[in-house]
Design a protein around this ligand. Structure first.
Ligand SMILES: [Mg+2]
Length: 465
């Protein structure tokens, strides 16, 4: 195999070992005194459904992880968009899956709604509620008077998840909003993932009232800022780590307020969703136990700069890849810096920072070939294999390519088919490759004995360029 052949092929193999979720053998209690991941934060916010339990079933390792957080004295809070339950009912549900907690350790979107309204001076106001006990209790705790029946006017219409909402109730909410009441939604979730399929969620009920009344609501739950702020307030944390299973709520909510986030692969979002997501988590975790295992490095991705060329080349070479013309491909290259500031490292040769950490944790590139692109030069530093960095840099490079207008990404691999399949790639017939892809691959010498794979990239909402 010529050096050039290794560029796109063994690149994948190195990344293929980076299964998310902490290194193999590192699960469970740390075997060394190394600080655990959660200890790097002044608090941890834990999503519930898909993170701690799934329906009525506990998620493996959740109870162990929560016990570990207590033992490490890391403050934490359970955070749920479900507004129907009171904190006491959430505690009961946690008890059913083997986790002891107190109501003070739970923040629901209904409570965050109450906290926001109280902060804004709504105490003493009147409200009409489409919602269950969780919402009514939270508003009353905030000093808001909840009116039942058929009030003619109220200050607020609050819409949460309500499994007994009927036409009369939704009509009243619509009339009151149209008459000038402020419309507030506890959370945006369009559906509730029930065992038999999706049920209409609070967001769907809110959409009905909004459509009928023409009134724009304020929405509180994740990913909205009021929910994140209420959680930080309750925890007394300035920079908590948000942990959850949904990119569009847990990860996006953390990103909106500038916090780090960890995506657990135990619920809604999967690795392939990383490519179409607007943002990216700081960590990929197999499950919650990684929070109380020795810390893995944060992946803070950014586009490569001209000063990164040497470090990218050094990393590729260290992983047995021929860097080729790295500088000419920087426009499509994403890096995960190993230095805390994430600045370009031009000292390059050794590829390590001042304290011995690698200059780059990982890198990936999508070379543009018109509407198609070729994923290549994928590598992670040997010291961080198994930390999910490979998945994050590949997804980051593909997201950036989407924004540039690339609609299909191709790659050639000779051993990392599984890794790339998890990210949404499928093998394709070598005979059917578009000419520019075939030509570029042959020029790089990476077609011999390798499996071509392809993935569609959905059009990006962000402007190209
Ligand atoms: Mg969830």
């Amino acid at each position: 195999m010529s050096p050039a052949e290794t560029d796109a092929t063994r690149a994948g193999a190195s990344a293929g070992q980076t299964e998310p979720g902490g290194r193999p053998g590192r699960m469970g209690p740390p075997e060394t005194a190394a600080p655990v991941l959660a200890a790097g934060y002044d608090g941890v916010l834990l999503d519930l459904d898909g993170t701690v339990y799934r329906g009525d079933e506990p998620i493996e390792g959740a109870a162990e992880a929560i016990a570990g957080l207590r033992a490490a004295r890391v403050p934490f809070l359970f955070l749920t968009n479900n507004s129907a339950r009171t904190p006491e009912q959430v505690v009961e549900k946690l008890g059913d899956v083997g986790i002891e907690a107190t109501a003070a350790e739970v923040l629901t979107s209904a409570q965050a709604t109450g906290a926001m309204l109280r902060r804004e001076g709504s105490g003493g106001e009147t409200a009409f509620v489409v919602g269950e006990e969780g919402v009514i209790r939270a508003l009353e705790d905030a000093g808001i008077r909840v009116l039942e029946g058929h009030p003619e006017r109220v200050d607020l219409v609050v819409v949460g998840w309500d499994r007994s909402a009927d036409y009369a109730k939704l009509r009243r909410a619509t009339l009151l909003a149209a008459r000038g009441a402020r419309l507030v939604g506890t959370n945006p979730d369009p559906s509730y993932p029930a065992p038999d399929g999706p049920w209409p969620g609070a967001g769907a009920l809110l959409a009905l009232v909004r459509t009928a009344s023409g009134v724009e609501p304020v929405v509180v739950g994740k990913p909205s800022r009021p929910m994140m702020e209420a959680a930080a307030d309750r925890l007394g944390a300035a920079r908590p780590l948000m942990v959850g299973d949904r990119l569009e709520t847990d990860v996006a909510g953390a990103e909106a307020v500038g916090w780090d986030s960890a995506l657990v692969l135990t619920g809604s979002s999967s690795l392939r969703d990383l490519v179409e997501a607007g943002g990216a988590p700081t960590y990929l975790l197999r499950d919650l136990r990684a929070l109380v295992a020795p810390a893995i490095p944060a992946a803070r991705l950014r586009a490569a700069e001209s000063g990164d060329a040497l470090a990218v080349g050094a990393l590729l070479r260290a992983r047995g890849l021929e860097p080729g013309r790295v500088a000419s491909r920087l426009a499509g290259t994403v890096v995960a810096p190993g230095t805390p500031g994430g600045e370009a490292v031009s000292s390059g040769r050794g590829g390590t920072g001042s304290r011995g950490e690698p200059a780059l944790l990982g890198t990936a590139c999508v070379e543009d070939l018109g509407a198609d692109g070729m994923l290549r030069s994928v590598a992670v530093d040997a010291s961080v294999e198994g930390c999910g960095i490979g998945s994050l840099v590949v997804a980051g490079a593909l997201r950036a390519a989407r924004v540039r207008g690339v609609r299909r990404a191709f790659l050639f691999t000779d051993g990392a088919e599984r890794f790339f399949t998890a990210l949404g790639f499928s093998p394709v017939d070598p005979g059917g490759l578009p000419a520019p892809v075939r030509v570029a691959a042959e020029a790089a010498g990476c077609t011999h004995g390798a499996t071509p794979m392809c993935r569609e990239l959905a059009a990006s909402a962000a402007p190209a360029g």
